[in-house]
Design a protein around this ligand. Structure first.
Ligand code: HEM
Length: 180
């Protein structure tokens, strides 16, 4: 099992929360700061954690495109970030693997759309559906330079307009800036 990736929300941490929005369904308690990584912070308002995992839906040609621009976390210029926890509906999880791939890529172009943003946006997909007590299925994490925040907004708008997002039943967005 890979090491867990832990997000602790509270009063401390290297990331300042600039905006926190319940996009769909219930939000999470408001916090001022976020710590990513390490052990859960004692006294945190909330802790979300999960693990990196293998690809489920990406085909070999798509993987070659992704691998050509690897996602580098911690780029010095990438002082803005977003944490977007997501839960998908029972209808999504009732689909077969091949049906989910049809929604995610054939109908929604998630990977194709995302691939246009590889050089601007670093990303990390954390899976938590199989963690005991988890309330989200995924914790998605993105880092980008301030100048690319508009491109990140554009990416979010495109993805949220897809059929795949019809299966998202809970989504929370935290926008962050690195504390120097
Ligand atoms: C930076 C551009 C992006 C790229 C290149 C990208 C790429 C991908 C790829 C390749 C997968 C499939 C992984 C697999 O095969 O299992 C995936 C899954 C996922 N992505 Fe993105 N993505 C991007 C942006 C986003 C954004 C902005 C969000 C959230 C708002 C997001 C949320 C997710 C979620 C929740 C999954 C898991 C879907 C599932 O397993 O049901 N992605 N992404």
């Amino acid at each position: 099992m890979p090491d867990p990736i832990v997000f602790s929300g509270g009063n401390d941490g290297a990331w300042r929360v600039t905006r926190q929005t319940a996009i769909k369904g219930n939000g999470v308690a408001g916090v001022d700061r976020l710590t990513k990584g390490g052990q859960p912070i004692a006294g945190a308002t909330w802790v979300l954690s999960g693990v990196p995992s293998n690809l489920r839906y990406t085909n070999a040609a798509e993987k070659r495109v992704l691998d050509a621009t690897p996602s580098v976390l911690g780029r010095p210029a990438a002082t803005r970030a977003a944490l977007i926890p997501i839960a998908k509906s029972a209808a999504w999880w009732a689909l077969a693997q091949d049906e989910r791939r049809v929604v995610l890529e054939d109908k929604s172009r998630h990977i194709a759309i995302g691939s246009d943003y590889l050089s601007a946006v670093s990303r990390q997909l954390v899976h938590c559906r199989d963690q005991p007590g988890a309330v989200f299925d995924f914790l998605t994490w993105f880092e980008f330079p301030p100048a690319d925040e508009g491109r990140f907004d554009e990416l979010l708008a495109k993805l949220r307009a897809t059929p795949e997002w019809g299966f998202v039943e809970r989504e929370v967005e935290l926008r962050l800036e690195k504390v120097s």
